[in-house]
Write a protein that binds this ligand. Structure first.
Ligand SMILES: Nc1ncnc2c1ncn2[C@@H]1O[C@H](COP(=O)(O)OP(=O)(O)O)[C@@H](O)[C@H]1O
Ligand SMILES: [Mg+2]
Length: 906
């Protein structure tokens, strides 16, 4: 490197000396190493050192920087410079592969911090490698660089390579020189060329407007080229300025004819102009966009500042942490939780406001500080007040009400909330399970929160999501605490028997933790991750049936059954609760509409036979809405006719005034007419007005709620042979169901006889039917030895309604009775209904749902009832209202049933 440096500095000195020698003659403005020689001063060397450039040919009249890395060439260039004739024959290489290799080299050099100039890394081995038309160049400047030397070549004139000799890695060419000539074409005189030259200049100036980088080169051009005298040289230099491709430039080089060259140069310049314009446009557009964005950003920053000044900005970290601290005011936060809060506050202050972690932490703190730590509402220990509130909202439901009053009494004695089993209200729909929750909360003076777990299958609904999930939230219980802002609300978990189990864990086991008094004092929500005390919450659950409640949950519950209402109860509920509430809702009073008791009875009897009162409530609401519509329509009509009366009387006034003989009379008529008008109006009102109150009676009930849904009390007035009324019990309460048996076929061969059942019976009920068949056969034999009915007939037994699935053993005695009725051809006694499981030996076992079944029997006007003996106690406990007028029989074996059904008439 040192060696090269030494020789390079020598070379430079040589160039400088050379330039000095040329002095003012060459160029008075140029000085030192930058001096440019005039082309005419260079002699025509017959043989020159040849170098091959890769990127573009050196156009005469331009300068071209190259880097030489080839060792032999470097030495040779040095000797050329030293010998005082620093001239080269420069040619463009042809092969593309070589260009690529050079590019690689260039890249490497770039990494070393050297500008990516065209690189000459080897000599020319044959004329095939190059375009033979090249340029006589002068080494104008020489610098040492790492790994080689950098040359500035100045192009002088065109030459053609004729032959090539290679020695010691350096190639020499024999050349023919071309000095610039005028165009051969005489037609295009000098004027045409000059015009072209001018056009070239104008185009350059225009390019300059768009691309100021050309300025320097242009200055050089103006200073060094006598444009007017030499259009060919102008074309050369100008095309050298453009970003044309190597082949385009080579074409310029090969255009010995000046006219052709000028043409081509102008074309290249125009192309350059277009490109520059386009470039300018693009850059302007980009700039506009950048400016716009910048402007927006600035405005937004200003807006933020303004908001902060006005106190509207809530997101500032300081504002946030003061807000969180304020939320804790007056709360009694456990030490452990306080520690977490402080840690999180610290974290918040160190996080970037726009980061996602910031918002996670902020949300977390919002929940944590928003909980009612240590806050609770004052318990009501006044029993009479509680009783009043409970009675105000609900009729009956004595069990539930008593349970709440007991709860208050124990609480009063203990001075704190009693711990115990979770109350679960079980009953058919519409009996007031959900709605009494609110009254209970009010009676206890607590906040109320209800959530339904029907269909819920995601544990996260109860236990919350872990905080790492996007959009995570705490579970329902934490949401409840935050909403009610007390730690002792009444929480109603509705429809607990309809809870699902999904693939996201089992929510019932999560509820277990919530409901178990020994665990819920430190309930862990996944989101909050600190223990929460739920022990002061009063949980009430509701369910339609107990069967589907998971065992462990059921174990922690105390079930309070709410059975359906009988007719009288429904009438009372409608009169005392539903009707006044509906009246209030429609904005009417009893001066507007009155619903007679008889019509309520009609409603209950012919429209709404289900166990609850929801349907009844719907009908009553409908009646009042219709009545409201009638009233409003009537009053609107009254208004309209009043308006039209006004118009008529005014017209009358006007017409009569036209005909009146003098003004006095006119005034008279005007004053007298209003009196007439008032009279007319009142008369009209009387005519149109609906009579208030509207009375809804038995007669016009159909106008309000349509035709009755039920037309008779029973399916059969007197059950025919083979049909017996049974009593059933399901989710919707009690119901009557008929068991029908009939003969399908009669045959001598006893092996073809048998029993066929239909009506969507479950497995238990199907087996029960088989048992009944056996019992019936045996009973028949014991009563009438000779009767071989069962062995001669195949029998079909059906239980309507066929679409409803049924199961359970409680229809056992009913089926036996139906089969025996068929076999003996005797009807069972009138108004008989029965229920009871049968064993193979004919014993009658107890069943469930006595109250529901009794109510259902009443609804169907069955008066003689048969129950298993073991259910006698259940029946005795029923309210008097339900038992009234019924004739119950309690049986232990089927013989007794047989007697009641077929023999005794009392
Ligand atoms: N004993 C009752 N006294 C007064 N209103 C009742 C009674 N039972 C039910 N209701 C009314 O019937 C409607 C339905 O009751 P709801 O609580 O939704 O039934 P459930 O939850 O048992 O299915 C409610 O508007 C409720 O006020
Ligand atoms: Mg409900």
């Amino acid at each position: 490197v040192i060696l090269i440096r030494g020789f390079c500095s020598r070379a430079q000195r040589t160039v400088e000396a050379l330039a000095d020698g040329l002095g003012p003659e060459a160029n008075p403005n140029a000085s030192g190493a930058n001096e440019i020689l005039r082309p005419g001063d260079v002699p025509d060397f017959p043989v020159l050192t040849a170098v091959g450039v890769n990127r573009r040919p050196v156009i005469p009249g331009t300068i071209y920087p190259v880097v030489v890395t080839n060792r032999e060439l470097i030495e040779h260039v040095q000797s050329l410079v030293n010998s005082g004739s620093p001239y080269l024959g420069t040619f463009l290489r042809q092969s593309e592969v070589e260009v690529k290799e050079t590019d690689k080299g260039t890249k490497n050099q770039k990494q070393d911090g050297i500008p990516a100039f065209d690189t000459i890394d080897r000599g020319i081995m044959s004329l095939d490698e190059i375009y033979t038309i090249g340029t006589l160049t002068q080494i104008h400047n020489i610098f040492p660089i790492r790994g080689g030397i950098s040359l500035v070549l100045q192009g002088h004139r065109r030459l053609t390579a004729q032959s090539l000799v290679v020695s010691d890695g350096v190639s020499k060419v024999k050349v023919q020189h071309y000095r610039g000539k005028r165009s051969k074409k005489t037609g295009d005189g000098p004027d045409v060329l000059e015009a072209y030259a001018n056009e070239i200049l104008t185009t350059i100036k225009e390019i300059l407007k768009f691309n100021p980088l050309f300025k320097e080169q242009l200055d050089y051009l103006i200073a060094n080229v006598d444009v007017n005298l030499n259009p060919g040289r102008l074309a050369d230099t100008a095309s050298g300025l453009t970003g044309a491709t190597s082949t385009e430039l080579q074409e310029i080089l090969e255009a010995f004819d000046i006219q052709e060259r000028v043409n081509k140069a102008l074309y290249l310049l125009k192309k350059e102009l277009q490109a520059s314009k386009l470039q300018r446009e693009i850059s302007q557009k980009v700039e506009e966009k950048v400016n716009e964005n910048h402007r927006k950003f600035l405005l937004q920053e200003q807006l933020k500042n303004i908001k902060r000044e006005l106190g509207l900005e809530k997101d500032g970290k300081n504002v946030l942490s003061t807000k969180f601290k304020q939320q804790l005011d007056g709360k009694d936060v456990p030490e452990e939780v306080m520690k977490t809060i402080e840690e999180e506050l610290e974290r918040l202050s160190s996080l970037e406001e726009s980061s996602s972690e910031f918002s996670v932490t902020r949300n977390y703190l919002d929940w944590l500080t928003g909980l009612p730590w240590g806050l609770s509402s004052n318990e009501n220990f006044d029993i009479s007040r509680a009783q009043k509130i409970l009675d105000r909202d609900h009729y009956g439901m004595e069990d539930v009400k008593n349970r709440i009053l007991e709860f208050i009494a124990v609480g009063k004695l203990l001075g704190q909330v009693p711990q115990g089993k979770i109350v679960c209200l079980v009953g058919p729909p519409g009996v007031g399970k959900t709605s009494i929750g609110k009254s209970i909360a009010e009676a206890l003076n607590r906040e109320f929160f209800r959530f339904s777990v029907g269909g819920l299958s995601d544990v996260a609904e109860i236990k919350g999501h872990r905080r790492t999930y996007v959009g995570s939230m705490p579970g329902k219980l934490i949401q409840c605490l935050k909403k009610t802002q007390v730690s002792n609300p009444v929480v109603m978990i509705d429809e607990i028997d309809k809870m699902g189990t999904g693939y996201r864990g089992d929510p019932s086991s999560a509820l277990l933790e919530v409901l178990d008094p020994s665990q819920n004092a430190s309930f862990m929500d996944h989101y909050l991750d600190v223990p929460i005390d739920l022990s002061r919450v009063l949980f009430i659950c509701t369910a339609n049936m107990t069967d589907t409640i998971p065992g462990p949950l059921a174990d922690r519950m105390e079930f309070i059954p709410l059975s359906g209402y009988i007719m009288q109860e429904k009438v009372e509920i409608a009169k005392q609760y539903l009707s006044p509430a509906a009246l209030k809702e429609t904005g009417l009073t009893d001066k507007d509409v009155q619903l007679s008791e008889a019509s309520i009875e009609q409603l209950v009897r012919w429209y709404c036979r289900e166990a609850g009162v929801r349907n009844l409530q719907k009908h009553i609401n409908q009646i009042y809405r219709k009545a409201a519509l009638h009233l409003v329509q009537a009053s609107e009509q009254g208004d309209k006719s009043k308006d039209s009366k006004d118009v008529i009387s005014q017209t009358y006034n006007y017409v009569s005034s036209l005909f009146s003989p003098d003004g006095a009379e006119k005034i008279n008529s005007e004053t007298s007419v209003p009196e007439v008008k008032v009279e007319e109006k009142e008369e009209d009102k009387e005519e149109k007005k609906l009579k208030r109150p509207i009375m809804v009676t038995e007669e016009n009930l159909g106008d309000y709620v349509g035709k009755p849904i039920f037309t008779s009390d029973k399916l059969y007035d007197h059950t025919p042979v083979g049909v017996v009324m049974g009593l059933a019990f399901n989710q919707l309460g009690g119901a009557t169901l008929y068991i029908e048996a009939t003969v399908v076929d009669e045959h001598e061969d006893s092996s073809r006889s048998g029993l066929h059942t239909t009506g969507q019976l479950g497995d238990v009920m199907k087996e029960s039917a088989q048992i009944a068949y056996t019992v019936a056969k045996r009973t028949l034999r014991s009563h009438d030895r000779k009767n071989n009915f069962f062995s001669k007939n195949s029998i079909h037994m059906h239980v309507p309604e066929g679409a409803t699935p049924k199961d359970g053993p409680s229809a056992g005695i009913t089926m036996v009775t139906a089969l025996l009725s068929l076999a003996t051809g005797k009807q069972v006694r009138k108004d008989l209904a029965m229920t009871g499981e049968i064993t193979l030996t004919g014993r009658v076992l107890p069943i469930g749902g006595v109250r529901e079944k009794t109510i259902a029997a009443r609804r169907e006007l069955a008066t003689t009832l048969i129950f298993p003996k073991a259910n006698e106690k259940d029946f005795e406990e029923l309210p008097h209202l339900v038992k009234e007028g019924l004739k119950p029989h309690f049986v232990e074996n089927f013989e007794q049933v047989y007697k009641i059904a077929f023999e005794s008439e009392d």
